[in-house]
Design a protein around this ligand. Structure first.
Ligand code: SF4
Length: 343
């Protein structure tokens, strides 16, 4: 929803100032998706607005649901014909979270990621970002899903810190009490390691959670599978994390997707421990999320569950907190690294 356009249109129509708030609240607090269903405005005003303003900046082309009913993926067609995907999932019983895309495609070309393999098309606007939230909020309400939907992760298509201006504007709208009113601590932004972005988040949104897709604990493998590491290597990442801790004193989640025989062996566990311990505050403030890879592609295969358990226990013995994250949505290709915008 383009709220600026809504306000301008209402002004031009000579509507009183409170009308804007009434309608804005209907979208951002009651999650309506059409003017007709707003009971506080007349049918004729609803009709006029409906002709001038489209509540969503995309068309919903398809919604897929996993068999267990714990994840949904939507394929959204943007006004210029490009397509993005966004996911709603329930990682914990009774808790729902939306996984939001920030770009159409991604230029960073991580070798294990379907989005990265498809290349980059363009940045999303802040409206296209917040509309994904509006869409899922409406879906959650209409489907009467059980539980609470109160968190967001910027972990869909794209690298949020390479679209910082629009992501920043979207975050402002998402946490504003006048709009969506999400708690800052209910939102997580995930990066592949864009150093400037980490610093910007620390300065501008210190209460929003930071997650970093570390995945490989040495420069050689990281540069091979994640080309972003050639621009921002692990030493630069360490400095950015130290800066982040000094500004926020808040926990950071290191995402560690486990690949069989590549980053799940004792040598990599030791490298990961060393990486964390070499950052001031690292042992206390870093938590590792271990995620089993969702597919087998590009010569990469998932670690087996026994190895994943061993890895977690080994980190714990070395005083590093780690959790094995439940992987949701793989069957609808809505899990981490699977969003490709084509199904
Ligand atoms: S993992 Fe993230 S940063 Fe890497 S290509 Fe995929 S979307 Fe881009």
């Amino acid at each position: 929803m383009d709220f600026n356009k809504l306000q301008l249109t209402l002004n031009e129509m000579g509507e009183p100032a409170f009308r804007y708030k009434q309608i804005r609240d209907a979208f951002t607090k009651q999650f309506t998706l059409d003017f007709e269903s707003i009971s506080t405005i007349s049918k004729s005003l609803a009709g006029d607005l409906g002709e001038k303003i489209f509540p969503l900046s995309f068309k919903v082309e398809k919604i897929l649901e996993s068999k267990d009913g714990l994840s949904y993926k939507a394929l959204l067609r943007l006004a210029d014909g490009l397509v993005i995907e966004t996911v709603l999932l329930s990682p914990l019983s009774g808790r729902w979270s939306a996984c939001i895309s920030s770009q159409v495609g991604c230029q960073l070309a991580c070798r294990f990621c379907a989005t990265g393999q498809g290349g980059f098309r363009r940045n999303l606007t802040s409206e296209e970002i917040t509309d994904q939230v509006l869409f899922w909020k409406n879906f959650f309400k209409e489907r009467k899903l059980a539980g609470k939907f109160s968190s967001l992760v910027f972990m869909g298509m794209g690298e949020p810190f390479l679209n910082w201006l629009e992501v920043k504007n979207a975050l402002k709208v998402l946490i504003s009490p006048d709009f969506f009113n999400f708690g800052s601590r209910s939102i997580s932004v995930s990066t592949s390691g864009i150093v400037e972005g980490i610093k910007n988040l620390a300065r501008e949104f210190p209460q929003i959670n930071l997650a970093i897709s570390l995945i490989f604990p040495n420069d050689k493998d990281r540069s091979k599978y994640m080309p972003v590491n050639r621009r921002f290597n692990l030493s630069q990442l360490k400095k950015a994390l130290a800066y982040y801790f000094s500004k926020t004193n808040r926990k950071v989640f290191l995402e560690y997707v486990m690949f069989k025989g590549i980053n799940d062996q004792p040598a990599q566990a030791d490298e990961l421990i060393e990486f964390i311990k070499s950052i001031e505050g690292g042992t206390k403030l870093i938590r590792v999320n271990l995620i089993r890879y969702n597919a087998a592609s590009g010569g990469l295969a998932p670690s087996d569950s026994k190895t994943t358990e061993w890895f977690k226990d080994y980190l714990a013995k070395n005083r590093i907190g780690a959790t094995i994250r439940k992987s949701l949505g793989a069957e609808i290709k809505g899990a981490c690294g699977q969003l490709a915008g084509n199904q």
